[in-house]
Design a protein around this ligand. Structure first.
Ligand SMILES: NC(=O)c1ccc[n+]([C@@H]2O[C@H](COP(=O)([O-])OP(=O)(O)OC[C@H]3O[C@@H](n4cnc5c(N)ncnc54)[C@H](O)[C@@H]3O)[C@@H](O)[C@H]2O)c1
Ligand SMILES: O[C@H]1[C@H](O)[C@@H](O)[C@H](O)[C@@H](O)[C@H]1O
Length: 338
């Protein structure tokens, strides 16, 4: 394969970002077809992609178009399974935005289909594995200089969320990033996870519980404390601090100039994920394209996505039970061992 001719499924917020990215900044790939259940949405996507882009409202038709040899899935998480399975069936490489699926049951179907086909075709959009800051943290930890990690403290804060954002989405849509990136960062696996609910922010006007505190223990005994707080009202604030035996590795928000003005010292905080992780998405999609052109996958595999969904299921269960819940994966199949 010399070039990826991509059908992108789901022309919403990140779908349109990825269309623009692929057409203008990614080598070896172009969007040749776009699909959205709403024709208007697909048309908007096609406008960004440029003249000649085919427009579909049925993902099966888009994926099976003979001019298409690769697929990007940017529908909401609960609708990833259909197009991902269709791409596997068609034998075409597929990049699925995170999460691979909203439930472990859906993730399992994808993993089983990929194994049955005997070819690694699925990459999951956990872009933090491509973020310069997270990569530097990993290098520092892997150097061994600071000793073994013992405690991780994270915040995943957002300015606000849409009205249809639910309590479970704090796990399946938001914490899912930490669920994937932290075990990769410290070379470990989740063992048990717990979600506890502090007092809810009075700005929340529906049934959403926010903030939430997730306490997650790895098999190696590392404890992570994660604050998910999606109505913080002051910006997109992602922090990660790893406490090791001989030192602390801290990844704060990327720095902006510090301003001294009117008796105050202040530093800007990024507005949203688009800007905070913009470089990571570029690196991630280019890496997917480079791998797919060689018949390979990079980044997070379908198995990683499935394990993230198993962990998310356990955390969602704990949202109601209040107690720690076990993360049971049954072990990595040989097909996915690196
Ligand atoms: N990696 C990241 O940081 C990041 C950031 C934002 C979103 N995301 C992920 O990307 C996905 C999309 O998020 P979004 O914010 O762009 O959502 P969105 O709601 O803005 O867009 C989704 C689009 O998919 C379309 N759609 C739904 N079902 C479809 C189907 N069966 N076939 C074709 N089109 C369909 C909808 O009409 C909509 O236009 C989610 O999984 C989300 O978690 C990831
Ligand atoms: O909580 C949000 C995350 O911080 C972003 O990185 C996206 O994944 C978005 O879809 C989530 O709603």
């Amino acid at each position: 394969m010399e070039n990826l001719n991509i059908a992108l499924i789901g022309c919403g917020m990140i779908g349109r970002e990825h269309i623009e990215r692929i057409q203008n900044r990614i080598r070896g790939a172009k969007i040749v077809a776009v699909c959205d259940v709403f024709e208007e949405g697909a048309k908007k996507g096609a406008e960004i992609a440029g003249a000649g882009t085919k427009i579909y409202t049925d993902f099966n038709e888009a994926i099976n178009d003979p001019d298409v040899n690769a697929v990007v899935v940017t529908t909401p998480g609960q609708f990833h399974k259909g197009p991902v399975l269709a791409a596997i069936k068609a034998g075409k490489p597929v990049f699925s935005e995170k999460p691979l699926a909203n439930t472990a049951a859906d993730g399992k179907e994808i993993v089983e289909a990929e194994m049955a086909g005997g070819k690694h075709l699925v990459q999951v959009g956990f872009m933090r594995r491509y973020d310069r800051g997270y990569r530097q943290v990993k290098e520092l930890i892997d150097s061994g200089k600071f000793g073994a990690p013992m405690v991780i403290k994270c915040t995943h804060r957002a300015d606000g969320v849409a009205d249809d954002y639910t309590t479970a989405m704090a796990v399946t849509d938001t914490a899912i990033h930490e669920i994937d990136v932290l075990p990769w960062l410290v070379n470990d696996e989740w063992d048990e996870v717990q979600c506890i609910m502090p007092k809810t922010n009075s700005k929340v006007k529906n049934a959403l519980k926010d903030p939430q505190i997730m306490i997650m223990k790895t098999k190696g005994g590392i404890i992570n404390m994660l604050e998910v707080n999606v109505n913080c009202g002051f910006g997109y604030d992602i922090n990660c601090e790893v406490v090791c035996e001989n030192g602390v590795v801290n990844l704060p928000c990327p720095s902006f100039p510090t301003v001294r003005y009117a008796n105050e010292v202040s530093t800007k905080i990024e507005d949203n994920w688009i800007l905070r992780f913009i470089d990571s998405y570029d690196v991630e999609i280019q890496d997917w394209v480079d791998h797919a052109l060689k018949g390979e996958t990079g980044g997070s595999s379908a198995w990683d996505g499935y394990v993230a969904s198993i962990t998310a299921d356990a955390l969602v269960k704990s949202q109601t039970s209040g107690v720690p819940e076990k993360v049971v994966t049954g072990g990595t199949p040989d097909f996915y061992k690196k």
